[in-house]
Structure formats: structure tokens, C-alpha cells
Design a protein around this ligand. Sequence first.
Ligand SMILES: O=C(O)C(=O)Cc1ccccc1
Length: 268
Amino acid sequence: MTVVTLGPEGTYSHRAAQAIGDDIDFRQSVTAIVDAVASGEYDRGIIPIENSIEGSVTESLDAIAEYEIAIVSEVVTPINHALLAQGEDFETIASHSQALAQCRSYLEETYPDATLEAVASTAQSVEYAREDPSMAGIAHPDNAGDGIEVIADDIQERSSNATRFFAVAPAADRSPGGGKTSIVAYPDVDYPGLLLELLEPFADRNINLTRLESRPSGERLGDYVFHIDIEAGLYESRTEEALADLEKLAENGWVRRLGSYDTQHVVE
Ligand SMILES: O=C(O)C(=O)Cc1ccccc1
């Protein structure tokens, strides 16, 4: 199985990808990963979707709504951020924007004068720190070594920091089997009570929602695409019935079934 994820080696996405396959390549952005899978270049792509502290990775939500792909698995991993540098003499602290946000209080209290810089990934920030003593990175502590030491460990806001990743696959691999399903709906209408109506098909059939997120459609201000995750598989008749109702409500727009999947927990 060929897998593509956010690089370089040592990112949290890379750690999650190891649960899916051994033959792993890297890209610099989530959109580039989803693009490479949609075009059939790789069997699987691993992208971060949501963090327990910082919330959604919006680039990932937009990419799965835009490309013809399937979601075939969900990987949940704990996140343990370390501050990594050549020594204490740094002025700039770089990392992935999510990691900087997850460590906001620690950074404000301990390094109020440091310049914060968002870069493509956590492991990328360590590569920069390895080249430049004035830079520190934030990443998993396993990225230390080769001139880089752990200045501080466990620097995230709360100790329970977990991230959900999706394994995306070419659309032909979409499966109806699994305990969860992801759907994207664009109703392309606007009236009082619309959101209530969109949720009723699930409530009426006792289908639990695990996430509901709105993203701007890009068409006009106040117009949204809804990402809905449910605790039911596409193989279940209640899911089919709920989606038929949802499709009726969104007949002006579209409903995309991204697929059903199970969750894997990666402990380290
Ligand atoms: O940059 C990384 O290591 C990623 O995989 C993205 C990310 C960043 C912070 C928390 C979880 C995932």
C-alpha cells in the first residue's frame, strides 16, 4: 500500500500514517496530498482533520469537499509537543499553525518576546532549527538528535491533546462498511429553520452526530457547506433513508457521501 502524508519525516501525520502502510512519501500541504490520491498516484493519503484543543484543520475540510475521494479510515493519536532547538539562544519559534495554537499559553508565559512563525509542518520547523541556532521548533520529542535537543516537553495547553486523521483513498475504494460515515452537504438555499431540517433526518432515526461543521461555500458571504459525521454506516437502511431525506432538502445543491469507516487508536 502506497501512502502519502505531510512531510518531512517525523510529523504527527507521518506517525499516524504508519498505522496505514509502510511505503510512505511526503508532500508539503494537505491539498497536495488529497490531489495526489484523487489522481490515483497513491493508494492512501493521511491528513489531519481535527484537534481536541484547536478544532478543525480547515484546509483538510475544504480539500475533502472539493476532490473526488473516499474516506476509508480514521486514526486518532495523542499529541505531545516538545520545544526543540540547538540550545537556549533562539529568537524565533516556528511550527505548524495548529501546534503553535495548541501551545499558546506556554509560549506567551515562557517566551513572551519570541517571534512566532507558522511553517508547513512540525517536523519542518525542526529542520529549520537544525540549520539555524536562532530558531526553535515545536514537534514530537522524537525529532530531537543530530544537533537538536528537547528544551521543554509536554508544552501543549492540556495533557489530553488528541488529533483525528483521515485516511483518504481514490473514490473507487469507497466502502459502505464501518461504524462512522462522513457526509458533505451543500443545500444552496437559505431560509429560517434550514439547519434544523437538515438534522431531523438523523434525529428521527436515532443516528448520533459526532461532528457538524460549516465551511464557507466560497460562493457568497453567509453561504455554507456542511460537514456531517454520523455514528452509523452507509450499509444501514436507516442511513440510506436519512440521506434520501437530506438529498431532498439539498436538491438545489448537492450531497456527497465520503464513505464509511472504523476508528483506529494509535497510542504512541
Ligand atoms: O505538522 C504536523 O506534524 C502535522 O502532522 C499536522 C499537525 C500539527 C499539530 C498537531 C497535529 C497535526
